[in-house]
Design a protein around this ligand. Structure first.
Ligand SMILES: [Zn+2]
Length: 568
């Protein structure tokens, strides 16, 4: 993040309204100086998530998440920091300054590629609605997808035969090379040819809603049935989930997430009023995807076919889940009747019956694990031993110590065998991010922290500080670092709390301090005296000449008298 100049970041933030940014995801109600809503980062029934319009910060008093506009985009929407900056700069109409670290030629290329991927989606959409797209439209009609779903998910059609891209975009060699780079064409013996032919098309978006690739389903009997874009710098199959961008907010507000197998399942659910489905891109679900899913909602339901292949797929998903799973999560597994998928079930039973299945038939992950172990191990004493062995090796993959202990006890009950304590993997830092300062024992006193909070809440107070007050926090390195920066930022006329977050993006005390209930001027005066008292006391204890000592003692007593008067 170092490569954006602070002035530029500040300019971006000045032109950004965090309330508007957050209100797109969270229903906010005015409450005093702030806005309150249900926290999008943890589950809650009464709002403890506050957004301050004048400080341009958010803070959740329930789970402690907090930050500014950049942090909201990185934590909530999954942007990288540079992406968040670019996004907000673009919204604000600011040009991102060129920097040494970012190759602007690369950036340009990336922009062109993404524009081309969008263009491709448009072309497929138009082809679907044109007379040549009749076969595709018929297919979606047969699958009972209403026009609004076709529009919303930008479904399209790639006509059969070669030459669709050439016809649409011209026969320019540079263009064709670009189309190859984004996976829309490939180079065969006879030059560039279309990758997708005779298929209905599903554009796949990244977390920002940008088209990064496509899935195509063939309409005749050809192979493969589903064809995806090849891996490109933008399209990483193992990281993306179909429906993520479109359903993220619905999943959060309905507190329901259903992982299904295919694009058509996701769409059928949406068509039946359940826009909460996500699907991997034609491959088995991977660890990164599981992580993403659990981040979005801690209690997802994974749907699988009830047949043998479905149970195997469920087992694989469970194995991928172990390193990510924590006690806070409660994923469930739902086996559908044999030969059915969510699409066919919804057509036959309707959405209420399907929702009921999700509610009643989905089993906790622990049950799925025990059942799976049983099936794998077989019967008899040897079976129990095999089961215990397998359980032990799987428990070793778990990152959450408490959860693995709980699971071990369950497995021991079933097998009647004492499991070995599995060798512990290094604790997963991703699960619970340690507080950056907590490693160093903090010498900060509550008064010091409160003093800093008072300054962040009302930066006008900084102007009234005396020169020696710059040394107030010397006894705590972490706090002193923050404090020194606060004084610098105030002197340079920045929005102090916000700019402070640019330097200490991980320090969630900053939004907490700025968001907690207002510290009155009276209390601030008292805090200021307490700071001075501590400061002169420290000077008094240091080596010095007699004259210095006398001076410090005089000042110290003076402050103590004042403190007595204000009742401290
Ligand atoms: Zn929260």
């Amino acid at each position: 993040m170092a490569h954006f100049p602070t002035e530029f970041l500040d300019e971006v933030l000045v032109r950004t309204d965090i309330v508007e940014l957050i209100a797109r995801h969270v229903q906010l109600k005015k409450s005093g100086n702030n806005f309150m809503g249900l926290c999008p980062f943890h589950h809650e029934k009464s709002p403890s998530f506050s957004v301050s319009a004048d400080k341009q910060l958010f803070y959740c008093f329930g789970c402690g998440k907090g930050g500014g506009a950049f942090q909201f985009l990185t934590e909530h929407d999954g942007y990288s920091f540079p992406e968040a900056v670019e996004y907000l700069a673009e919204k604000a109409g600011l040009a991102v300054p060129e920097s040494r670290e970012v190759d602007s030629g690369e950036q340009e290329k990336k922009k062109r590629a993404l524009a081309l991927l969008e263009k491709g989606a448009d072309l497929f959409c138009r082809a679907l609605m044109a007379p040549e797209g009749r076969a595709g439209l018929d297919y979606f009609k047969r699958r009972k997808l209403p026009p609004e779903i076709i529009r919303k998910y930008r479904l399209g059609y790639a006509p059969p035969g070669y030459g669709f891209m050439e016809k649409s975009l011209g026969r320019d060699a540079r263009m064709q090379a670009q189309l190859e780079a984004v996976g829309l064409m490939f180079k065969g013996d006879r030059g560039y040819v279309d990758r997708f032919r005779g298929r209905v098309m599903f554009p796949i978006t990244d977390r920002r809603g940008q088209v990064v690739g496509y899935g195509g389903r063939i309409l005749d009997q050809g192979e493969p049935k589903y064809l995806n874009s090849p891996e490109t710098p933008f399209f990483h199959k193992s990281e993306l989930l179909y429906g993520y961008f479109e359903h993220r907010d619905e999943i959060r507000s309905r507190k329901l997430l259903v992982v299904v197998e295919g694009y058509m399942d996701v769409l059928a659910m949406a068509a039946h009023g359940l826009p909460v489905g996500l699907a991997p891109l034609g491959t088995a679900i991977g660890e990164r995807q599981v992580r993403e899913i659990l981040r979005l909602h801690p209690e997802p339901v994974f749907c699988f076919d009830g047949d043998r292949a479905g149970r195997q797929a469920a087992w694989r998903a469970l194995e991928k889940m172990l390193p990510v799973l924590a006690a806070e999560h409660g994923p469930r597994f739902l086996y559908l009747p044999e030969g059915e998928d969510p699409d066919s079930l919804l057509q036959r039973e309707g959405s209420e019956a399907f929702a009921l299945r999700l509610e009643q038939d989905a089993k906790p992950v622990l049950d799925t694990w025990i059942d799976g172990l049983r099936i794998l191990a077989g019967s008899g004493p040897e079976g129990r031993a095999r089961m215990a062995k397998k359980a032990d090796s799987m428990l070793a993959a778990m990152a959450d110590d408490y959860l693995s202990q709980a699971w071990r006890q369950e497995a021991e009950k079933v097998t009647a065998i004492t499991l070995k304590t599995p060798p512990r993997a290094a604790p997963e830092t991703v699960l619970r991010r340690p507080h950056p300062i907590s490693k160093v024992p903090s010498l900060a006193t509550p008064n010091q922290e409160r003093f800093l909070a008072a300054l962040l809440q009302n930066p006008q107070r900084i102007r009234g500080l005396l020169a020696d007050e710059e040394k107030f926090m010397l006894d705590d390195a972490g706090l002193n670092q923050l404090y020194t920066r606060v004084l610098e930022l105030a002197a340079a006329n920045y929005n102090v709390a916000q700019a402070l977050l640019l330097d200490f993006p991980q320090d969630e005390r900053i939004p907490l301090w700025a968001s907690q209930s207002d510290i009155s001027d009276d209390e601030f005066e008292k805090l200021q005296l307490l700071m001075r008292e501590r400061y002169f006391y420290r000077l008094l204890k240091q080596d010095g000449t007699l004259a210095e000592k006398q001076h410090y003692r005089y000042r110290w007593n003076e402050i103590r008298n004042k403190l007595e008067k204000v009742g401290q």
